[in-house]
Design a protein around this ligand. Structure first.
Ligand code: HEM
Length: 257
């Protein structure tokens, strides 16, 4: 009679471990889904945030009657980056920097990036940008202060301005929210069934789709691989326990009859 109870107990323990493991597997699947979604969101975000292109630049005279002399002193195309906030950063190479005393775009001084490179920000790449230059070549007894207009190649500017579809990003964020909800539900369930709650709840993190989550997700994947090898061990252990329990039961049954 004693061995019957023992068998029953061991068998029950093994079976409950297995049941808990099924739940842990669901959680591990959900966590894998979450890691995949987070990665996809990051990729979609990088694709939609910054975009750099070579864009042709034309400098027009103040009266806009034709190309300005200033054109000879800049390099076209320039490198234009559409930033996450929707503004544009222009990187422009200037020739004979020694002649340039002042250079303003839309009223603001440009930033000197290197000896012959300046950068400035514009809010509308398709508009004409007002430039002010103060030029001086003392050796040639030449000095001038001029207003000109900078125009960016309309085709390149338009393709840069066209924001990549954010519909996909919205959809991915929705899916991530659903997976996070399921994980929360499963974790709540697991904590009431006691046996496997330790393996599952340690994996739960409410990762938001931000750029900083790159490091986070790599951490997650290492903890996931550790967790999956743990799960394998628990499966084997629970099978052994259930087997021992069943053998105990069989032995007791044989002895009894
Ligand atoms: C040593 C070099 C330079 C010389 C000898 C020179 C000479 C001249 C002369 C004679 C004019 C008046 C004639 C005209 O309207 O075409 C002029 C106009 C002008 N220059 Fe220069 N320049 C020199 C450098 C520069 C530089 C480096 C810039 C720009 C950064 C510049 C920008 C302009 C502008 C904007 C005008 C007004 C007319 C226009 O928009 O084409 N110049 N320059």
């Amino acid at each position: 009679m004693k061995s019957y109870y023992k068998g029953l107990l061991i068998c029950g323990l093994g079976l409950s471990l297995m049941a808990g493991q099924v739940q842990a597997d669901t959680l591990s699947d959900l966590n894998t889904q979450k890691a995949n979604l987070t990665q996809q969101i990051q990729e979609a975000q990088t694709a939609s945030t910054s975009k750099t292109a070579s864009v042709g630049v034309t400098i027009l005279k103040e009266d806009q009657s034709g190309t300005s002399m200033m054109q000879q002193y800049i390099v076209s195309p320039a490198s234009v980056t559409r930033e996450a906030n929707g503004s544009y950063t222009v990187l422009l190479t200037i020739l004979h920097p020694e002649y340039w005393q002042e250079f303003k775009v839309n009223g603001a001084d440009v930033t000197l990036v290197s000896d012959n490179q300046v950068s400035f920000t514009v809010s509308d790449i398709t508009a004409l940008q007002t430039c002010y230059v103060h030029v001086a070549a003392p050796a040639l007894n030449y000095e001038g202060k001029y207003t000109t207009y900078m125009s960016f190649d309309s085709t390149a500017a338009a393709s840069l301005a066209q924001s990549s579809s954010t519909a996909n990003l919205d959809e991915l964020n929705k899916q991530l929210e659903e997976v996070n909800q399921k994980i929360a539900d499963e974790t709540a369930k697991a904590s009431t069934t006691t046996t496997t709650s330790t393996t599952s709840s340690s994996q739960e993190t409410t990762t938001k789709a931000t750029t900083e989550s790159t490091t986070k997700s790599s951490k997650e994947s290492t903890s996931e691989s550790k967790a999956s090898s743990n799960q394998g061990m628990v499966w084997i252990l629970s099978l052994i326990i259930a087997f021992l329990g069943l053998s105990g039961l069989a032995y007791w049954w044989k002895k009894r009859s």
